[in-house]
Ligand binder design. Structure first.
Ligand SMILES: Nc1nc2c(ncn2[C@@H]2O[C@H](COP(=O)(O)OP(=O)(O)OP(=O)(O)O)[C@@H](O)[C@H]2O)c(=O)[nH]1
Ligand SMILES: [Mg+2]
Length: 302
C-alpha cells in the first residue's frame, strides 16, 4: 500500500463541535471554540501527518440560514470546502439528536448538499459524553437510512473518545497520493490570521447579544522588539458595526478591551511560545457585515 493523502471537510450545523474536533486531531488549539453558535467564519485547514499518510482536515463555518452578507460568506466557505474535499465528515450533536423524533430539515438540507457533491461521507455523532449510549441507536438508524454513510462513528471531540476510530475510517477512504505539506506544518492559514482569531475568540466570549457577531479583528503589525527579552509586538484592530458597540467593547474606563487583551495575550503566548506585547484598538466600520465592501474592509477575502 502506497502513501495516502487527501482533504476531509468537517461540516455541520453551528456549535456541533467541528472546531473542537479539528483541535483534537491536531493535538493543539488552532481553531477558536466558544459555546456560542457561528463562531467559525472561515475555512481553516489542519494538517495531520503520519508515516503512511497525510490528511488535511478542513474546519468550516456552521451551515445556517444566511441572511446578511457575512452569513452568506460563511455558508459559502462551508459549501466550497465540500467541493475541495475527497471525503466529507458530517458532524451532528448527539444531545440534540436523542431528543428529536426525526432528522430535522437543517441536517437534511446538508445531506442534500453532500449528495449533490457526489463525495463519500462519514457521520460523526459528537458530544456522546452527554447522552446515554442506548439512546443513540435510533439516531444511527435514522441517519443510515438518510444517506449511505461509509461509517457512523460516535465521538466525544472534547475528550478525544472515538476520534481514533474516526481517523481509521477516514484513512481507509483516502486516495493514494503524495504528501501535500511538509511534516510539521499545522495549517495553510497565516500566523496573522490565527492571531486575529485568538483575539476574536476573547471578544466573542466576553460580549453578548449581537456584539460578538459584529466584531472582526485585523492584525495591523507584528514586529520583533529589539532587546534581549525577545518580545513580539502585535497591534490589532477590532472592528465593530456601530458606535454603541464600540462603547461596549472598550468598556468602562477601558476595562473590557483590557480584559480581551490580557486573555488573548495568554493564549497567544502559549501558541507562539514566546512573550507578546499586545496593543488593541477599536474602531467602527459601519454595518460591515452587510456588504461585500464591508467584509473586504475588515480583512475578509471572498
Ligand atoms: N460536552 C461536549 N461538549 C463539546 C464537545 N465538542 C464540542 N463541545 C462544546 O460545544 C461548543 C461548540 O464547539 P465548537 O467546536 O466551537 O463548535 P463548532 O461546530 O465549531 O461551532 P461553529 O464554529 O459555531 O460552527 C463548545 O462549547 C465546545 O466546548 C463534546 O464532545 N462534548
Ligand atoms: Mg467552529
Amino acid at each position: 500500500m502506497g502513501f495516502r493523502s487527501g482533504f476531509v471537510a468537517i461540516i455541520g450545523r453551528p456549535n456541533v463541535g467541528k472546531s473542537t474536533l479539528l483541535n483534537q486531531l491536531l493535538g493543539t488549539k488552532l481553531a477558536i471554540v466558544t459555546p456560542k453558535p457561528q463562531t467559525t467564519r472561515n475555512r481553516i485547514s489542519g494538517i495531520v501527518s503520519w508515516p503512511d499518510s497525510q490528511i488535511v482536515f478542513l474546519d468550516t463555518p456552521g451551515i445556517h440560514e444566511g441572511k446578511g452578507t457575512l452569513n452568506r460568506f460563511m455558508v459559502d466557505e462551508a459549501l466550497n470546502s465540500l467541493l475541495e474535499a475527497d471525503l466529507v465528515c458530517l458532524m451532528i450533536d448527539a444531545e440534540f439528536e436523542v431528543r428529536a423524533d426525526d432528522i430535522r430539515p437543517e441536517e437534511l438540507s446538508i445531506i442534500d448538499h453532500i449528495r449533490n457533491s457526489a463525495r463519500p461521507a462519514v457521520l460523526a455523532i459528537n458530544k456522546v459524553d452527554k447522552v446515554e449510549k442506548n439512546l443513540l441507536l435510533p439516531v444511527l438508524d435514522r441517519y443510515s437510512k438518510a444517506f449511505p454513510f461509509t461509517a457512523l462513528v460516535p465521538i466525544c471531540a472534547l475528550a478525544g473518545d472515538g476520534v481514533d476510530s474516526l481517523v481509521a475510517e477516514v484513512k481507509q477512504r483516502l486516495p493514494e497520493g503524495e504528501r501535500m505539506y511538509p511534516e510539521g506544518q499545522l495549517t495553510d492559514r497565516s500566523r496573522d490570521f490565527i492571531i486575529s482569531e485568538f483575539i476574536r475568540e476573547k471578544a466573542f466570549l466576553l460580549t453578548h447579544q449581537e456584539v460578538p457577531y459584529s466584531v472582526a479583528v485585523v492584525v495591523d503589525a507584528v514586529q520583533e522588539r529589539p532587546g534581549k527579552d525577545h518580545v513580539l509586538y502585535v497591534a490589532a484592530t477590532l472592528h465593530v458595526e456601530r458606535d454603541s458597540q464600540k462603547g461596549i467593547l472598550v468598556g468602562r474606563r477601558g476595562e473590557m478591551i483590557k480584559e480581551i487583551g490580557s486573555k488573548a495575550r495568554t493564549d497567544l503566548e502559549a501558541f507562539l511560545k514566546r512573550r507578546i506585547f499586545l496593543e488593541l484598538r477599536v474602531r467602527v466600520e459601519k454595518d460591515w457585515t452587510r456588504s461585500d465592501r464591508g467584509l473586504t474592509r475588515v480583512g475578509f477575502t471572498p
